[in-house]
Ligand binder design. Structure first.
Ligand code: SF4
Length: 474
C-alpha cells in the first residue's frame, strides 16, 4: 500500500514500501489515468518531432555536437583552472564569488545574503540546481517567501509539487487543472482554462512580484572563464526582469557550467534550444558580466557531488549535460511514466545517471527505468553515452548490494540453472509442462510479466530435443 513521504518540506511524493521510493510503483500511480499518459506521451513526442525538423535544417549538426562534446571534454579535464580563471575575471568585474561544497552551504549563503539586506522575500527564475538543493523549502523554513517567476515553475509551486521536467516543469498538467489553480490562488473565474487569459493573469501577477522584490536569484546556463561573465537562457525574459529590477542579484551555478571562451558560446546556444523544443534559439540569452551601479551581484559556485562524479571514470561524461531535456522527450519510459516517478529533481535518463551519484541506495531503482534503446544518446547534443552509463550503473548498483532482494535471488537461481546443462534441461521441461497443464500458475495477477502481455504457447519440445532427433549423421 502506498503512503506519502515528504521529500521537501511542502512537496509530497508517494512512497511504495519501506525500502524507498520506487520508479515502477510511482509510474503505476501515473499510469492509472490512461488518458493523461497518452496525452503526455503524444505531447512529448510532438516536441521530439519538432526537434528533429529543426535539427535537420542544420547540415553541420553532427559537427556541432562533436565540437560541443570536445569543448566539454576539455572543460572536464581542466575544471580547476577554468574555475579559477572564471573566479578571477568575475571578481575583477565586481562580482562577489562564493564556493559551496554542498546544498547546505549553498542555501546558508543565500540565506545570509538575504538576511544581510534585511528582507523576507525573493524572486527566483528557473534553476534546476536550486531544485536539487531544495532551496525554496529551506528558505520557507527560515521565513523567506520565494516566488518562482518561470510560468511553469510558478504553476507547480502553486500546486505544491516539484517540477516533472527540467525544461517543461508542468508538462504533466492539463490546462483545466492550471485554470483551477489560478482560480484558487490568483482569483480567476472558476472554469476558465483559456491559455491566453491564464498567461495574461500570470504576467500581471509576476510583474507585481518583480517590482516588489529586492533580491533576485537566477540560474546559470553558461559561465565563461575567459571573461568572468555568465549567460542565462529563458523564453519568458523572467530572469532578466528579476535581475534588472533587484538590488541584489544572486546566481547559482554548478561547477560544470564553465565554458572556456566566449567564442564557444555560439556552439552551445545553437544546440540548446533546438534540442529542447525545436526553436532555433532561446528567446532571451542574457549576458551578465558586472553589477549595475548600486547593485550587488553574487555567484555561488556549487559542487554537491559533481567532483565525485568527475572521479567516476564511467560516469564523468554525464557532467557535460547542458540540461536541454531532449533525452526525456524521446525516452519511451519517461513519456509513459511521468517525471515524478523518478523522485529526484532531475528526472528522465540523465537524472537516472546523476541521482545514484548523490545517493546510490536511494536511487538504485532509476538506472533500471530504461529500455536501453539508445534513443537518449542519439539525441543528446553533447553526445553523452547515456544508455551505456545506465547499463554500467546497473552493474555498479548490483555489485554494491543495492539490487532488490527478489531480483538478486532470481538472478542467482538463473545463474545456477544456466551453469548446468542438466538443470537447464529439467527447468525447460518443467516450464513447458506447467504452461501446458497449469497455465493459471503463470497467467495470474501475481506475475508482473503477464500484466500487460500474453504468455506464449509452449512448444512441445525444446530446441535441444528437436536437434537430437533431426541431426543428420556426420
Ligand atoms: S543528457 Fe543530453 S539530452 Fe539529456 S538533458 Fe543533458 S544535454 Fe540534454
Amino acid at each position: 500500500m502506498s503512503q506519502n513521504i515528504t521529500t521537501h518540506t511542502d512537496k509530497k511524493l508517494p512512497l511504495q514500501g519501506a525500502g524507498g521510493a520506487d520508479h515502477a510503483a510511482l509510474a503505476d500511480i501515473f499510469n492509472k489515468d490512461e488518458d493523461r499518459v497518452n496525452w503526455h506521451d503524444e505531447t512529448l513526442w510532438w516536441i521530439r518531432a519538432k526537434r528533429d525538423l529543426s535539427v535537420h535544417k542544420i547540415p553541420e549538426w553532427e559537427a556541432l555536437r562533436d565540437t560541443a562534446s570536445a569543448i566539454k571534454n576539455n572543460v572536464l579535464s581542466n575544471l580547476n583552472s577554468y574555475l579559477q580563471q572564471f573566479e578571477a575575471n568575475a571578481q575583477a568585474n565586481g562580482i562577489v564569488i562564493h564556493w559551496a561544497a554542498d546544498g547546505a552551504e549553498h542555501n546558508a549563503i543565500v540565506h545570509s545574503l538575504i538576511k544581510k539586506h534585511n528582507v523576507t522575500r525573493m524572486v527566483k527564475s528557473k534553476s534546476m540546481l536550486t531544485e536539487e538543493l531544495h532551496l525554496n523549502e529551506y528558505l520557507a523554513e527560515n521565513g523567506i517567501d520565494v516566488i518562482d517567476s518561470d510560468l511553469g515553475e510558478r504553476i507547480v509551486q502553486l500546486a505544491k509539487e516539484p517540477p516533472s521536467h527540467i525544461v517543461l516543469p508542468c508538462i504533466h498538467k492539463k490546462k483545466e487543472e492550471i485554470g483551477e489553480l489560478f482560480h484558487q490562488f490568483l482569483g480567476t473565474p472558476a472554469g476558465n482554462a483559456d491559455p491566453q487569459f491564464l498567461t495574461e493573469t500570470a504576467r500581471h501577477h509576476l510583474r507585481e512580484t518583480f517590482l516588489s522584490r529586492k533580491v533576485a536569484l537566477t540560474g546559470v546556463n553558461f559561465a565563461i572563464a575567459e571573461t568572468g561573465e555568465f549567460v542565462v537562457c529563458t523564453n519568458e525574459g523572467n530572469a532578466d526582469m528579476g535581475a534588472h529590477l533587484s538590488d541584489i542579484h544572486i546566481a547559482s551555478m554548478g561547477i560544470e557550467k564553465i565554458i572556456p571562451e566566449r567564442k564557444h558560446l555560439g556552439v552551445f546556444l545553437r544546440l540548446l534550444t533546438r534540442s529542447a523544443t525545436g526553436q532555433p534559439i532561446t528567446t532571451y540569452s542574457s549576458h551578465f558580466s558586472k553589477p549595475r551601479d548600486g547593485q550587488e551581484m553574487h555567484i555561488i559556485i556549487v559542487d554537491n557531488g559533481r567532483t565525485v562524479q568527475l572521479g567516476r571514470e564511467d560516469f564523468r561524461n554525464s557532467l557535460k549535460c547542458i540540461r536541454c531535456g531532449a533525452c526525456m522527450n524521446t525516452c519511451p519510459v519517461y513519456r509513459r511514466s511521468g517525471g515524478h516517478s523518478y523522485h529526484n529533481a532531475i528526472s528522465g535518463p540523465i537524472g537516472a545517471i546523476l541521482a545514484p551519484n548523490l545517493d546510490m541506495e536511494k536511487y538504485a531503482d532509476l538506472p533500471f527505468a530504461s529500455t536501453l534503446c539508445g534513443s537518449c544518446s542519439n539525441v543528446c547534443p553533447v553526445k553523452i553515452d547515456i544508455h551505456d552509463q545506465l547499463y554500467k550503473w546497473r552493474q555498479v548498483i548490483v555489485q554494491n548490494g543495492y539490487a532488490p532482494t527478489a531480483k538478486k535471488l532470481s538472478m542467482q537461481a538463473m545463474a545456477t540453472t544456466l551453469a548446468s546443462p542438466f538443470a537447464y534441461h529439467m527447468a525447460g521441461k518443467a516450464g513447458r509442462l506447467v504452461m501446458k497443464y497449469a497455465p493459471f500458475a503463470l497467467n495470474n495477477k501475481l506475475n508482473p510479466w503477464y500484466k500487460q502481455r500474453d504468455m506464449p504457447k509452449p512448444p512441445d519440445e525444446s530446441f535441444g530435443e528437436w536437434y537430437k532427433k533431426n541431426r543428420k549423421a556426420p
